[in-house]
Design a protein around this ligand. Structure first.
Ligand SMILES: [Zn+2]
Ligand SMILES: [Zn+2]
Length: 148
């Protein structure tokens, strides 16, 4: 399968990654109008952060959430590699280079080349995007079609 032009994933059931059912039941989802993939876009209660605000273990996983960052900020965000002082790598989505710099200012033990590893050239809107909770029937269907 080739990469979805809207949500950048090659697997239209790749997300949610963990606790699929829980996430679909209790979190607002971005529903890709092109491939139907659901991406968690809920804000956490405490800090108002969304999943894409947090670091990811790999570039591939970050890519699965990039679309929710793009839609939220209405820009083409970039995925940056962040290395801590122990050499551990993580991948974080930022709206701009200025945001990367501000983050590194606050986290002196981390560094980054400041060059995005992945980023769309321009932000694209798509008709028929839905950002909402799924109903029970939709959750069942989504989970059934995710198997294998
Ligand atoms: Zn979720
Ligand atoms: Zn898609």
């Amino acid at each position: 399968m080739c990469e979805c032009k809207e949500c950048y994933s090659t697997d239209n059931r790749a997300t949610p990654l963990l606790n699929k059912e829980d996430c679909l039941k209790s979190h607002t989802q971005y529903i890709c109008s092109t491939c139907g993939r659901c991406i968690c876009i809920a804000k956490d209660d405490k800090r108002g952060l969304q999943r894409w605000n947090f670091p990811f273990k790999s570039l591939d996983i970050a890519k699965l959430y990039l679309r929710t960052a793009d839609v939220t900020t209405r820009t083409s965000c970039g995925i940056y590699e962040i290395v801590n002082d122990k050499g551990r790598k993580s991948y974080k989505i930022f709206q701009s280079k200025a945001d990367v710099d501000a983050y590194l200012q606050q986290h002196k033990d981390r560094s980054s080349t400041g060059k995005p590893l992945y980023q769309k050239e321009v932000y694209k809107d798509f008709e028929g995007i839905q950002i909402r909770m799924l109903n029970e029937e939709e959750i069942k269907e989504y989970l059934n079609s995710s198997k294998e």
